[in-house]
Design a protein around this ligand. Structure first.
Ligand code: URA
Length: 236
């Protein structure tokens, strides 16, 4: 059935489903040596605003699936999710086991966000978030909060439409927030809870991975070292 085109260690293989060991066996097709590398794919996307984190939307809205090479990697899926209007690092892989480990709360993989929040965030509010606040789905784990610059508000028209609380004038604070959980809209709910709604949110790091200067809307494969670092972060 394979018409004698496949050889394993020099032996012609005719049997379908013949098992090979990628570590030791030399497989050739039509004499050409095949690389039997790890078939899983791992990549990161710099997600733009205005895309759903799903591989298929029955309502036909823009999804992140349009931005990554799904045809080359069947089974590719996003690891966790970012909201429609959140930008930044979204990890994709075909490796269900590693994804499961990375998302498991017991491994406490940190996700670092840059948030622009309404108003001037006081240290007392940051301290509440650091200690953990009680949301409707339970208390949040301790978060790392670093207060950055306070700026005059500079919202574009679209962002203005989204602000339901707080004034359009006034100030906004840049904040770096690292959480180890991944509950739905968690960062936004945490800042809402202390009276500073999030105006913009970008994920800058996922565990050991940094978004760096990857342009918005673009993706890149992870390096082997990055995949290894993810395995370490997931406790493997
Ligand atoms: N927290 C949020 O509120 N939204 C995101 O997209 C990610 C984390």
């Amino acid at each position: 059935m394979t018409a004698g085109r496949v050889t394993v260690n020099g032996q012609v293989i005719t049997e379908l489903g013949f098992k090979v060991d990628p570590e030791v066996d030399e497989v050739r097709i039509d004499g050409r040596l095949m690389r039997l590398e790890d078939k899983n794919a791992y990549l990161m996307l710099n997600k733009p605003d205005g895309y759903l984190t799903t591989m298929d939307d029955p309502q036909g809205r823009p999804t992140v699936a349009e931005l990554v090479p799904v045809a080359d990697h069947p089974g590719l899926f996003p690891v966790g999710r970012l909201d429609f209007d959140t930008t930044g690092l979204l990890l994709f892989m075909t490796d269900g086991e590693l994804a499961h480990q990375l998302l498991h709360p017991k491994h406490k993989v940190g996700k670092r966000y840059k948030a622009v929040v309404d108003g001037v965030l006081a240290q007392v509010d940051a301290d509440r978030l650091r200690a953990g606040v009680v949301l409707h789905d339970g208390p949040t784990a301790p978060a790392l909060i670093e207060i950055g610059e306070v700026q005059a508000k500079s919202l574009n028209a679209r962002e203005r439409m989204r602000v339901v609380e707080g004034s359009l004038e006034g100030e906004q604070t840049l904040v770096s927030c690292t959480i180890t959980e991944g509950r739905k809209r968690q960062v936004k709910r945490m800042f809402n809870h202390v009276g500073h709604p999030v105006l913009q949110l970008q994920r800058q790091a996922f565990g050991p991975l940094e978004l760096g200067d990857l342009p918005i809307g673009e993706w890149r494969y992870l390096t082997e070292a990055e995949v290894e670092a993810l395995r370490m972060a997931s406790g493997n």
